[in-house]
Design a protein around this ligand. Structure first.
Ligand code: DX5
Ligand code: ZN
Length: 230
C-alpha cells in the first residue's frame, strides 16, 4: 500500500505561503491540499485560483484542490489553468455531477467527489468510471482544527469495499482520501479502515514554529512511522 500525506495549507502561514509549500514538501509531504471556501457553500472564505497560480512555482508536487464552493463548474477551468492537478468537489454543490466530473477531466486534471459526514456514498455508484479520487470528510467542512468524527471509520470501510469491488471489475484504482482531524495518534486506525491519502492541516502546520526549512520533518516522519505499523 502506498500512502500519501497531503498537508492542508489552510493551517499554514498565509503571509509566507510559497515558502510554507516548499518547506512542507522538503519535509517529506506528497501532495499540497488546497482548501477553497466561498462563504456560501461553507461558512468561511479562503483562497482562489490566483493563490493557486502563485504557489505553483514553489513545488512540482501535485496540488490537490478541494472545492467547497457552489456552483462548481464556473471555477473549474480557472483552477486547471492555475496549475491544479487534482480537483474534488461536493456532489450536493453541483446540479450535474457527471458533467462536472467530465469538465474536470477535460481540463486535464484528476477528478474526485467529496462526501460530508452526512452525505451518502451512493452518489459515487454511477460515476465510478469518472472518478480518480474519493474524499471523505471526517469533520464538517469549513474550518481546520476540528476533531475527527469517529463514525467516519465505518464509512471508510464501506467506501473501501466499493472502490475495491470496482478495481476488481475494471482494473482501475481510485484513491481514498480522508480530510479532517487526522493526527499522529489516529492516522494508523484511519489507514486500517481503508484510507490511502491523508489530509492533515493543523497537525502538520501547527507542529513547529521554528525557521528551519525542514521544520515539518519530524511530524511528517511521525505520521509515516504510524503508517508503517499498519
Ligand atoms: C476543512 C478542510 C480541511 C482542513 C483540515 O473544511 O477541508 O482540509 O484544513 O484541517 P485539520 O487537519 O486541522 O482538521
Ligand atoms: Zn480539505
Amino acid at each position: 500500500m502506498t500512502y500519501r500525506i497531503a498537508p492542508s495549507i489552510l493551517s499554514a502561514d498565509f503571509a509566507k505561503l510559497g515558502e510554507e509549500v516548499s518547506n512542507v514538501i522538503a519535509s517529506g509531504a506528497d501532495w499540497i491540499h488546497f482548501d477553497v471556501m466561498d462563504n456560501h457553500y461553507v461558512p468561511n472564505l479562503t483562497i482562489g485560483p490566483l493563490v493557486c497560480e502563485a504557489i505553483r512555482p514553489y513545488t512540482t508536487a501535485p496540488i490537490d484542490v478541494h472545492l467547497m464552493v457552489k456552483p462548481v463548474d464556473r471555477i473549474v477551468p480557472d483552477f486547471a489553468k492555475a496549475g491544479a492537478n487534482v480537483i474534488t468537489f461536493h456532489p450536493d454543490a453541483s446540479d450535474h455531477v457527471d458533467r462536472t466530473l467530465g469538465l474536470i477531466r477535460d481540463s486535464g486534471c484528476q477528478a474526485g467527489l467529496v462526501f460530508n459526514p452526512a452525505t451518502p456514498l451512493n452518489w459515487m455508484d454511477y460515476v465510478m468510471d469518472k472518478l480518480d479520487v474519493v474524499l471523505l470528510m471526517s469533520v464538517n467542512p469549513g474550518f481546520g482544527g476540528q476533531s475527527f468524527i469517529p463514525g467516519t471509520l465505518d464509512k471508510l470501510r464501506e467506501a473501501r469495499a466499493k472502490i475495491d469491488a470496482y478495481a476488481e471489475r475494471s482494473g482501475r484504482k481510485i484513491l481514498l482520501e480522508i480530510d479532517g482531524g487526522v493526527k499522529v495518534g489516529n492516522i494508523a486506525e484511519i489507514a486500517r479502515a481503508g484510507a490511502d491519502t491523508f489530509v492533515a492541516g493543523s497537525a502538520v502546520f501547527g507542529a513547529s514554529k521554528d525557521s528551519d526549512p525542514q521544520r515539518y520533518n519530524s511530524v511528517i516522519g511521525e505520521l509515516r512511522g504510524a503508517l508503517a505499523g499498519v
